[in-house]
Design a protein around this ligand. Sequence first.
Ligand SMILES: C[S@@+](CC[C@H](N)C(=O)[O-])C[C@H]1O[C@@H](n2cnc3c(N)ncnc32)[C@H](O)[C@@H]1O
Length: 246
Amino acid sequence: MSISSGTTPEGTQTEEEASRWVRGMFSEVAPRYDLLNHLLSANIDKYWRNQTVARLKPYLNKPDVKALDICCGTGDMTILLEKATSVPALGSDFCHPMLIEAGNKFAAGRLKSPLFEADGLRLPLRDCSVDVVTVAFGFRNFANYRQGIEEMLRILKPGGVAAVLEFTQPPNAAFRSVYNFYSTKVLPIIGGVISGSPKAYKYLPESVRKFPAAPELAQDLSAAGFRTVQYHYMTFGVVALHIAAK
Ligand SMILES: C[S@@+](CC[C@H](N)C(=O)[O-])C[C@H]1O[C@@H](n2cnc3c(N)ncnc32)[C@H](O)[C@@H]1O
């Protein structure tokens, strides 16, 4: 990897432009985000988040655990964290329309987790103040991956854990070619039509292709200072979950 690299949507030259592009794109798709997510993944996205929380159980069981879901979007992971902990979790995102969707969902479900607007690369939290930080399908969109890792390390207490759930390139070559056909030919058509934002669903497979493979991301988490790093592929390696302890 290029640990210093980050996402580079077409037409962007700087980290600031990349970040603005990402925020604008999620603002466009926010009202249809949940529908598309569940439809395009055949609801498997729910399983991926559930598995993440299941693997975090030993850390979430602590009384008064402080768990933060960054890049929370419409809040599905934040909700699972709230249900798994004795105290409300926190959810943050830098895209206001996504937080509005999350807020509506939380109000309907009487959920208590506070939401706040913040860039995951510059979180308004003290050093060593969080026990568990999760990022589901958000990390790949950071304009600077190193900064994203360092920010998670900074806010985590010693012994705290980060969970990074992200799309990746399936390791099996035969499956990868089938999946790549789906993600580059089928998904942009369905996603583009339903969301009204073709660029969003063109960006998705491109950003996955450019994102570091799971073993590389594990190395980068270790190199940045995480003490132990493990990763697990799910669904034939369509996604990888990295769990890194500070
Ligand atoms: C694909 S959505 C995932 C949402 C949610 N975590 C989920 O599991 O469905 C990615 C989210 O990351 C957010 N995001 C991307 N870059 C960010 C950044 N630098 N700071 C905060 N949020 C960011 C986007 O606004 C978007 O809501």
